[in-house]
Design a binder for this molecule. Structure first.
Ligand SMILES: CC(C)(COP(=O)(O)OP(=O)(O)OC[C@H]1O[C@@H](n2cnc3c(N)ncnc32)[C@H](O)[C@@H]1OP(=O)(O)O)[C@@H](O)C(=O)NCCC(=O)NCCS
Length: 190
């Protein structure tokens, strides 16, 4: 992922994660988020591209707590985007506060475990996700990771859970986030 890819990455994110928190925060906030990803040296940030442009992306971190510290350190520059989001949707306030608290608390990630935080494609079901997840894991293991970890919704999410399981991820537990229950998946280095 390069700075020039940001507009397309934001578009793919909006399409793939419609209605989720970051999408509801609006394109300016999303752009700030992915800009922070690009500026964080510990990120693995990949795009899948054809002649028609960016078709998908995969983003993750060897040290997610480090990334969230980096993200918090630049929150001042996100204030205009946050205010804009609140003017458009005042009901976002509770979610903003909840998410701000969540990134304050260190998750205590295990050393050597790379977190796949976000993967999305503009047109699902065409094999782009397969290319991205394989490239992401190859990059993580190439950098010395012992495992790739991710979380995804447990409920009404069979297609995505099957997708990860077909790529070798093992279901290792659950995590609650507000009313959402997330499945934790892990792929060990081959
Ligand atoms: C999850 C995601 C990244 C997978 O990417 P993708 O390009 O659809 O992946 P692929 O085409 O390689 O594989 C999808 C598989 O699911 C199957 N599938 C069935 N119904 C499908 C549907 N409605 N949409 C997508 N894939 C579907 C495909 O046929 C394919 O099966 P196969 O592996 O047997 O060929 C993509 O679907 C996506 O962006 N989803 C929305 C965002 C999201 O939920 N991301 C994950 C957050 S944890």
């Amino acid at each position: 992922m390069l700075p020039d890819d940001l507009p397309a990455v934001v578009r793919v994110h909006q399409l793939a994660f419609r209605g989720f928190f970051l999408d509801r925060m609006g394109p300016a906030f999303l752009r700030g988020y992915y800009r922070a990803v690009l500026d964080w040296t510990g990120a693995i940030a990949l795009v899948a591209q054809t002649s028609a442009g960016v078709q998908g992306f995969a983003v993750g971190f060897a040290d997610p707590d480090g990334f969230y510290r980096h993200f918090r350190a630049r929150r001042r520059r996100l204030i205009p985007a946050i205010l804009l989001a609140l003017i458009r949707r005042p009901s976002l306030l509770a979610d903003i506060l909840r998410n701000a608290r969540r990134v304050e608390v260190a998750q205590g990630a295990e050393p050597g475990v790379v977190e796949l935080s976000s993967i999305a494609t503009a047109a699902p079901g065409r094999g782009i996700g397969a290319v991205l997840v394989q490239a992401f894991c190859a990059e993580a293991f190439g950098q010395g990771a012992v495992a790739v970890a991710l979380t995804t919704d447990r409920d009404d999410n069979g297609v995505v859970r099957d997708f990860y399981e077909r790529h070798g991820f093992k279901h290792v537990g659950h995590e609650s986030r507000g009313e959402r229950v997330l499945c934790c998946y892990r792929l060990a280095r081959p």
